[in-house]
Design a protein around this ligand. Sequence first.
Ligand code: SF4
Length: 100
Amino acid sequence: MDSFLMPIRGSEAEDHEANWKKLGNCHDMNPEIFFPDRGASTKPIKEICNGCAIKSRCLEEALYGDPDTGGIAGGTTRGERVKIRRARKLASDGNRMRFI
Ligand code: SF4
């Protein structure tokens, strides 16, 4: 089996879990830029996220991390994450209704 297909386990998995955020484009950036003032454009910050290799993972953490600390994460604002959670819940409830 090719090494890149091998599952990671044990301390290697723990290291990965502790360090995945270091792979983000924002690593070493001032985190304050991800908390723009109300009414300020979020576009330049979202562009940083859009080119990020861990954007999907970051978004999932921001969606279901507890609590949502706000700011831009995974290319979304807090308000956009509220809408995504709502849409997913509706889709999930709809799927459940089909089996009743
Ligand atoms: S998606 Fe954005 S906030 Fe998340 S790690 Fe990447 S650059 Fe940082």
